[in-house]
Ligand binder design. Structure first.
Ligand code: PNS
Length: 162
């Protein structure tokens, strides 16, 4: 049992994919409350606005009663402190994710020693999935139905088609 029961799952979610949604489902079973937080990654130029990204995630997580969705333009370590979270959840796909995620986890634990970063490994069928691939395929008229939740599929296509 965890020391307390709030976890946060941060990311760009530009847009949310089936891989993200799988992590949300699994993490929501481990904690009393899971806050999915759309954050700013200074290395990324996003296609969807923060409000759009939050709305898309909310649509896909409507059935999960212990999941909240928010936006924050601050530091993840500060956000975790403000929410009293004991854990930051991250999804790991391949070895290529590891170095970047490890660096962020160490930095965040230096900034906020009260929060642990926990990694959930992705399910095998989502290993290759990424928001940037989804954006690229949709903007070139390709089929993204196997990559994003059904309920937001059309909205993403309409928004990204060239
Ligand atoms: O989905 P992403 O783009 O890999 O998520 C990265 C994200 C948004 C979680 C990261 O960029 C972040 O934590 N941004 C908030 C600002 C911050 O705390 N930066 C220091 C990270 S060590």
């Amino acid at each position: 049992m965890m020391k307390n029961d709030i976890a946060i799952y941060p990311g760009s979610f530009d847009p949310i994919t089936l891989g993200h949604l799988d992590i949300i489902h699994r993490a929501s079973k481990l904690f009393t409350k899971l806050i999915v937080v759309v954050m700013v990654n200074p290395k990324k130029q996003c296609s969807f606005s923060p409000a759009e990204r939050v709305e898309l995630i909310k649509k896909c997580t409507d059935d999960l009663l212990n999941v909240e969705v928010e936006f924050s333009d601050g530091l993840l370590a500060d956000y975790a402190k403000e929410k009293g979270a004991c854990a930051i959840i991250k999804g790991l796909r391949a070895l290529s994710d590891f170095e970047y995620e490890f660096q962020m986890a160490l930095t965040n634990s230096k900034l906020n020693p009260d929060v642990e970063t926990l990694f959930l490994t992705t399910r095998a069928e989502n290993m290759y999935l990424s928001s940037s691939m989804v954006r690229q395929i949709a903007s070139m008229g390709g089929d993204i139905s196997g990559f994003v939740p059904d309920i937001i599929h059309k909205q993403i296509i309409n928004r990204l088609k060239g």
